[in-house]
Design a protein around this ligand. Structure first.
Ligand SMILES: NC(=O)c1ccc[n+]([C@@H]2O[C@H](COP(=O)([O-])OP(=O)(O)OC[C@H]3O[C@@H](n4cnc5c(N)ncnc54)[C@H](OP(=O)(O)O)[C@@H]3O)[C@@H](O)[C@H]2O)c1
Length: 313
């Protein structure tokens, strides 16, 4: 089978190659998937650029964590999946998973049946990003009915952000998102109640207090005016020095950096939300495996609206 391999540390065009590998076989608790699509995530390119373990995330020269495709075979202990099923998942994260290949073996507990209303590209694009939003909101206590609660998503148009906006909206929250003006209409279309230009200091200061802040931007500091007594502030990228103290001084009861993890059961809930028409995936760019360098370069611009995804026939 063909797979993507990094030959070292450097620019995507210099160190990315397609190699031929032996077909993997599933262990007792694993599923063999014929891969149809794999979302690229910033972590896939950060490990290539750094060449080392990235925090708790295991370095691998065979990248890929997202996966969608068709079940080819299941291990002896697997129940709930059968050959022919369309599945999607975030495999093994933060351990290496090697899903950027024509075949992948994935623990059954990391998979769910894929939403039938999404394209295969959307199914492959979503898992890591949507689970990040899911786990961030869980950490903030934003689960179940969130009617009447106000949520601020910093970086609303990115891979994680555009899904976070929709998850918060589906739970009934009033959602404020930051984005550049060109992305305003897209986010309103996804259900954001307010879209604020992140370069407009006056508009940021006028957001008003919220219950939950989710920051998805690198080195992003939430506007302190959005924090009141009891606000939960979750980041997926970390805050600059001093930001946590300032947030707590403004009243934040929780300032926490979270890390996504593989979670098949949550993806089953995601699939139900998708098939109820309440969650979609914006695909910024989708290209075949042979164009994986172009896709990495697109992701590394930091300007994608939604997800960048590799598709396989
Ligand atoms: N902790 C975890 O478990 C976890 C999980 C997933 C991702 N992450 C990290 O989270 C970050 C975001 O990931 P992602 O997949 O969402 O990235 P992404 O898709 O590459 O994000 C790109 C988007 O960010 C927007 N953006 C850039 N700077 C902004 C700013 N200052 N304010 C508002 N929006 C801004 C861009 O909009 P414009 O073009 O309009 O600027 C673009 O739409 C990455 O650093 C990633 O490594 C962490």
């Amino acid at each position: 089978m063909r797979a993507v391999r990094y030959t070292g540390v450097g620019p995507a065009a210099e160190v990315t190659e397609l190699v031929e590998l032996a077909e993997p076989a599933p262990a007792a608790d694993e599923v063999l998937v014929r891969v149809g699509a794999v979302g690229l995530n910033p972590v896939d390119v950060k490990i290539r650029a750094a060449g080392v373990d990235f925090g708790p995330i295991e370095y691998t020269e065979l990248p890929g964590w997202d996966v969608a495709g068709e079940v080819v075979a299941v291990g002896d202990a697997v129940t709930g999946f059968a050959p022919g099923d369309a599945v999607f998942g975030l495999a093994r994260f933060p351990q290496a998973a090697h899903t950027l290949a024509e075949l992948a073996v994935v623990p059954a507990s990391d998979l769910a049946l894929a939403p039938s209303t999404w394209s295969v590209a959307q199914q492959g694009a979503a898992p890591l990003a949507v689970l990040t939003a899911w786990h961030a909101f869980a950490a903030a206590g934003l689960t179940g009915d969130a009617t009447g609660r106000r949520v601020l998503v910093l970086g609303g148009a990115g891979g994680v952000g555009h899904l976070a906006v929709q998850v918060a909206k589906a739970r009934g929250a009033h959602v404020v998102a930051t984005a550049s003006p060109a992305k305003r209409e897209v986010l309103l279309g996804l259900g954001a109640d307010e879209v604020v230009d992140y370069r407009d200091e006056a508009a940021l200061a006028a957001i008003g207090p919220v219950d939950v802040v989710l920051s998805t931007v690198d080195a992003g500091v939430p506007p302190l005016g959005a924090v009141r007594e009891g606000t939960a502030v979750i980041t997926i990228t970390g805050f600059p020095d001093g930001a946590e103290d300032a947030l707590r001084a403004a009243g934040a009861k929780q300032v926490e950096r979270i890390m996504v993890a593989a979670d098949g059961p949550a993806l089953a809930e995601v699939a139900a939300l998708a098939d109820a028409g309440r969650l979609t995936v914006l695909v910024d760019t989708e290209l075949p495996l042979a164009d994986v360098v172009k896709l990495q370069e697109r992701l590394e611009t930091g300007r994608a609206t939604g997800k960048v995804v590799v598709t396989l026939p």
